[in-house]
Design a binder for this molecule. Structure first.
Ligand code: GDP
Length: 445
């Protein structure tokens, strides 16, 4: 995400390092470079102009912070201006005073609406809501089935028109779905509408008719961030044709430039509310302008990481593991597997590491991290018996060959895993008993 822009800005700021004082010429040169970086990132021209204008004005004004050197001052200003362009405060979902809260999704075909319906449904359910997904896309063949499959994966109910009832009327389906939600006590209704490949009047009219029939509390416009500036023109068309309260940026994972993300708020005057970053249901987050700005500047995204960790790890389980680690035999491969799965629930390793600050320079290596290595480790542990997982020391040569065969790996893979596990367990147990590392003096306390 935003790799080009990140690299460009990093290089720009590097040139400022070591300068004792910034002259107007320094500021002009820096702003010129930032301008090129933004234009290359496909950010809309009016946004670039406004942004540069603010940065220049603030950098020249005597906004001198004693504790910061000139390079840091400029970074701070750029950071704050990025937050403003991205929308300032985080805009959260508004819930209706009397349920159900009705959310209408609109956007072009392929934008990621149906996928988003599943992601949003799953996310809301995690927070204790009872969402209902509604298939009001009756145009595209299989759209209803697709939503049903996604609903099933997300563990969220789907309201779909009866089979064999012909094409049906999406306005009627949407209206009935809200009645149904009321009668079955669903507190949130997420209505997926039909999209077309391009903006057309009939699609707009249909979305507007559904809007009028169900009076949504939130209309979300879903847009593929990978289409760059086209996202902005499409957003304007939808704002004028249907109107919307917030934007969802989808496929941000494939958007190396960031143009749409940085322009859409300013151009449409509507906040970005959610970001979709992959095909899996969990690749989804509330959009936080401040965190996104930090990420663009390579300052990492530690808060998002912490939240992901909180979702993935169960506190009670963590305490149990800590206890088990105190005795060397207590921690088993079974526990290790559970821990590894918790880490993996946070997403691909490259994504988790990418959120850490200061890793910009090794980004290429991070992107090459292959989660298949973890698949191999999981497969090996799964091929062991419970007794072997509890005490891998008992695994003899012939069992190692069987495990390798069962997991599609080699005996040396199995040997390496067992060896490393035993070694790591020893170190961890000594650390948790406060004995310090083997061969080192004990830690105090
Ligand atoms: P719709 O026509 O607007 O309902 O779009 P879909 O939800 O069917 O999505 C179109 C395609 O984009 C599907 O292949 C999805 O798997 C994919 N997709 C959706 N969201 C994302 C995302 O955030 N990242 C990536 N990489 N793919 C996505």
């Amino acid at each position: 995400m935003f790799a080009t822009l990140q690299d460009r800005l990093e290089a720009t700021f590097k040139r400022l390092r070591g300068k004792g004082r910034l002259t107007d010429a320094d500021i002009d040169a820096t702003c010129r470079e930032i301008r090129i970086a933004l234009l290359e990132a496909d950010v809309a021209l009016p946004v670039v102009r406004e942004f540069i204008g603010h940065v220049k004005e603030r950098a020249r004004g005597a906004e001198v912070h004693q504790a910061l050197n000139p390079a840091e001052q400029v970074i701070k200003i750029v950071h704050e201006e990025l937050i403003q362009i991205l929308g300032g405060d985080t805009r959260r979902l508004r819930f209706a005073k009397t349920p159900p809260t009705v959310i209408l999704l609109c956007g072009l075909q392929g934008a990621g609406k149906t996928t988003l319906a599943g992601k949003l449904g799953r996310w809301l359910k995690e927070q204790g809501h009872q969402p209902l997904l509604v298939a009001a896309d009756l145009q595209r063949p299989n759209a209803v089935e697709q939503l049903e499959i996604i609903g099933q994966r997300a563990g969220v109910a789907v309201f779909a028109p009866e089979r064999g009832s012909g094409v049906g009327d999406p306005v009627d389906v949407a209206r009935r779905s809200v009645e149904y939600a009321k009668s079955k006590l669903y507190d949130i209704v997420i209505v997926d509408t039909a999209g077309r490949l391009g903006v057309d009047e009939e699609m707009m009219r249909q979305a507007a008719d559904i809007r009028d029939a169900i009076q949504p509390d939130e209309i979300l416009f879903v847009v593929d961030a990978m289409i760059g500036q086209d996202a902005v023109t499409t957003a304007e068309a939808f704002r004028d044709g249907v109107g919307f309260d917030g934007v969802v940026l989808s496929k941000l994972d494939g958007d190396a430039r960031g143009g749409a993300a940085l322009s859409v708020r300013y151009v449409t005057g509507r906040p970005v509310m959610f970001a979709s970053t992959g095909e899996k249901l969990e690749d989804f987050d509330v959009f936080h302008p401040d965190r996104m700005a930090s990420r663009i500047l390579g300052m990492g995204d530690v808060l998002t990481l912490i939240e992901a960790a909180e979702r993935a790890f169960d506190e009670k389980q963590a305490a149990e593991v800590a206890d088990k680690l105190k005795t060397e035999k207590g921690f088993t491969l079974e526990d290790f597997l559970a821990q590894m799965q918790a880490v993996r629930r946070m997403g691909p390793l490259s994504k988790i590491l990418g959120m850490l600050p200061g890793l910009g320079e090794v980004r290429d290596q991070i992107n090459q991290i292959d989660d298949r290595e973890l698949d191999r480790i999981e497969a090996i542990i799964r091929s062991m018996t419970p007794a072997e997982r509890a005490d891998p020391k008992i695994i003899n040569g012939s069992r190692r060959a069987r495990i390798a065969k069962g997991s599609g790996t080699t005996v040396s893979d199995v040997n390496l895993l067992v060896e490393r596990f035993l070694e790591a367990r020893k170190v961890m147990s000594q650390l948790s008993q406060g004995k310090g590392l083997p061969g080192m003096p004990g830690l105090p306390g």
